[in-house]
Design a protein around this ligand. Structure first.
Ligand SMILES: *Cc1c(COP(=O)(O)O)cnc(C)c1O
Length: 389
């Protein structure tokens, strides 16, 4: 008997991506994030092309896999590091100290001293005490002051905890000078997963006003650190990275002119779409005959990589080998014995009705904020494994 291409066979035109081809050829005995380095490189090039002269400082916390840092060093990226651990990692992978900013506004004094010894010269601050810490442990360093973002339209806002208001920021510029530091400018973060470039407008308007006020007060600020916020595709339409980045830069140039030195710190936008998690269904059940929704328990949950399902904020895309069969809603949960380990319930996920224990589940575009958020081994479930290809 001869078999021709039929239902279920891969279409001859759709060439599987490098990632898909690798995943299809492998067995995994635990939840695994597979990252494609070439895809990271593509993303870096697209972002840099859209960002023009702006300097990219990759936000290491999004995915600190060594291979990713090494590839980005090769490509000429700079880095935004939040801790001694992240700085060490970047240095070990070949980044130069002058290409790393210590961007956390909450730093241990001994880590500031250590970073200074390593040659790091650029630090973030949003409080007096932090400036004092930097002046004492990294005398003469350059600092930028982080502004608070009041009304973020992001899916994962980074407001409230970070930044200070305008008057405080102005006072901090003066105080930094008094302490012998070099206050070079400002930073902010519009919030992670800001889906549209136009959502940056309110914050950029506020920043432009502060920028003018700083100059009027005699502070020759020259650096504008626009942070991250560059989105990934999680099912809702977004612009391609190059287009999005160019739109943001156009908005910046309209307000700040083209003399300003712009730093951008993409994390999610750099790595999310370069990764896929391979997981498995552990159980499909109903609580009663009348239960509207099935419960689908995966071998990965809130504590082993999917932390951003908190508040159902980030909605991942799931793929199974049974896609194409009749679909139905389900509550999706992780494997641990903790009732907070429910991923999606308010807005149920639609999955094939025939799904059963043992089926493979691919979770798309999960290269950011997954492996880094994974617990050591909560409840004996293995942390997310990472394979870089
Ligand atoms: C987390 C973080 C980023 C990265 O944000 P994304 O939205 O992932 O691009 C950038 N800058 C700072 C200071 C951050 O804390």
């Amino acid at each position: 008997m001869m078999h021709f291409v039929g239902a279920g066979a891969p279409s001859p035109v759709a060439v599987p991506s490098r990632l898909d081809a690798f995943v299809a050829s492998q067995q995994f005995d635990r939840p695994t994030l597979v990252m494609d380095l070439d895809r990271v490189e593509q993303q870096y090039n697209a972002l840099q092309s859209g960002l023009g002269h702006a300097r990219i400082h990759y936000a290491v916390k999004a995915n600190p896999a060594r291979e990713i840092i090494a590839r980005l060093v090769e490509l000429g990226s700079h880095f935004d590091a939040a801790s001694k651990g992240e700085i060490s990692l970047c240095l070990e992978e070949g980044a130069r100290p002058q290409d790393i900013s210590f961007g956390n506004t909450v730093k241990r004094a001994s880590d500031v001293a250590w970073a200074h010894q390593q040659g790091i010269t650029l630090f973030a601050a949003d409080a007096q005490e932090e400036l004092e810490k930097i002046a004492e442990n990294a005398p003469g360093a350059s600092v930028y002051i982080r502004l608070i973002v009041e009304a973020s339209q992001a899916d994962w806002p980074l407001t409230r905890k970070f930044g200070c208001d305008r008057d405080t920021a102005m006072a901090l510029l003066g105080y930094a000078k008094e302490l012998g530091l070099n206050p070079v400018g400002f930073s902010f973060h519009v919030g992670s997963q800001t889906r549209r470039a136009k959502m940056w407008v309110p914050m950029l308007n506020v920043m432009a006003e502060i920028w003018r006020a700083a100059h009027a007060a005699g502070h020759a600020v020259s650096v504008l650190n626009i942070g991250g916020g560059f989105p990934a595709f999680y099912g809702e339409a977004i612009d391609a990275p190059e287009i999005y980045a160019r739109q943001v830069i156009d908005l910046v140039t309209e307000r700040f002119g083209d003399k300003v030195q712009v730093m951008a710190e993409p994390g999610r936008g750099m790595v999310a779409e370069a990764g896929v998690i391979v997981a498995e269904v552990m159980l499909v059940s109903r609580k009663s005959d009348r239960d509207m929704h099935r419960w689908v328990y995966l071998d990965i949950g809130r504590f082993s990589g999917l932390a951003e399902t908190e508040g159902e904020a980030i909605r991942y895309q799931f793929e199974t080998p049974r896609d194409g069969e009749p679909m139905g809603p389900c509550v999706m949960a992780g494997p641990s014995c903790d009732s907070a380990d429910v991923l999606y319930e308010k807005r149920p996920v639609h999955l094939p009705m025939t799904l059963k224990a043992g089926d493979r589940v691919l979770i798309r575009n999960t290269g950011a904020y997954t492996s880094t958020y994974s617990s050591v081994c909560f409840n004996g479930f293995p942390p997310l494994d990472v394979v870089v290809i």
